[in-house]
Design a protein around this ligand. Sequence first.
Ligand SMILES: NC(=O)c1ccc[n+]([C@@H]2O[C@H](COP(=O)([O-])OP(=O)(O)OC[C@H]3O[C@@H](n4cnc5c(N)ncnc54)[C@H](O)[C@@H]3O)[C@@H](O)[C@H]2O)c1
Ligand SMILES: N[C@H](C(=O)O)[C@H](O)COP(=O)(O)O
Length: 326
Amino acid sequence: MLPDRLPIAVSCGEPAGIGAELAVKARAALGAAVPFFWIGDPAHLPPGSRMAEIARPEDALTVPSNRLPVLPLSFAGKAVPGCPDPANAPGVVAAIEQAVRLVQRGQAAAVCTLPIHKKALQDGAGFGFPGHTEFLAHLAGGADVVMCLASDLLRVVPATIHIPLSQVPAALTPAVLDRVIRVTHAGMVRDFGIAAPRIAVAGLNPHAGEGGNMGREELDWIAPLIGRLAAEGLAVFGPLPADTMFHARARDAYDVAVCAYHDQALIPIKTLAFDDGVNVTLGLPFIRTSPDHGTAFDIAGKGVARAASVIAALRMAARMAAARRR
Ligand SMILES: NC(=O)c1ccc[n+]([C@@H]2O[C@H](COP(=O)([O-])OP(=O)(O)OC[C@H]3O[C@@H](n4cnc5c(N)ncnc54)[C@H](O)[C@@H]3O)[C@@H](O)[C@H]2O)c1
Ligand SMILES: N[C@H](C(=O)O)[C@H](O)COP(=O)(O)O
């Protein structure tokens, strides 16, 4: 097996969502250009899907390009679009675990995860993680990771992720922000090939605290932290008022924006690049990407879901994996 011919392991995600139909569409669009295999239950694929079961990841490289290579994983329940079955939750988790195992064994180039429904996993399998990001860090032995959403127009990293907004101020500590900026910097160098990444940091409060009149976090510790990191040589600046840092001219000043919380980061990128944004976990010992959207229960099974973000995620995974091999 030549290392540069490894396929990408794609975990099926929530069977009641749009993942399976997007895997079929992505294969039809990419063919053998970006080899991947889908880990899931063949019975969950849309009726009539052209697929080929494989026994080993490398077999994906010899499957005809008009068929989806499937590494079969049996599930307890059916796939009913829009209606997650708790009986399927263990299989959803097992597919992610298998994808990670295969990339750790050197049998897959990267992991691309199709959308999970967090609540369905928590209800059906006692899934104790807020999402893939934390679960993958756990599977990687406790890796220090961040969630990055990336597109040609913008890259963002939320310093806090899947917690209630009311908990953000307490969760956003100097240690957390310091760690997130450092992991982001390393990820931009390693996986985006930016030698000296320019990192913009958003303020927490409106107008970045307005000199303390609208909150003191920026004055008390965010600005001093940025100053210390800049003194170490990182091209980091801020804290910026979040409402004026995402327009086109503002984006020219940085390579990635570190934001205080989930929606402060994800609203701009999903507004600018919903169709080609990619969720990439920085800091893992292997490449992991994911589309920037979720299970889309409202359109699941209707054949209208767009595969662009999944295709972008697969292309980014292949590009990053190739870069890591160099
Ligand atoms: N990568 C992931 O695993 C991931 C990412 C985001 C959300 N989620 C999970 O998905 C579930 C639903 O989340 P949500 O409703 O907030 O977001 P969502 O992305 O599933 O849906 C939001 C809206 O966007 C539309 N949409 C999403 N993907 C689309 C596509 N490919 N083509 C066309 N339209 C598309 C949906 O129809 C819906 O109207 C939640 O459990 C959430 O946690 C998972
Ligand atoms: N906030 C993420 C997004 O909108 O893409 C999503 O929930 C995925 O998170 P995980 O990759 O941690 O599951």
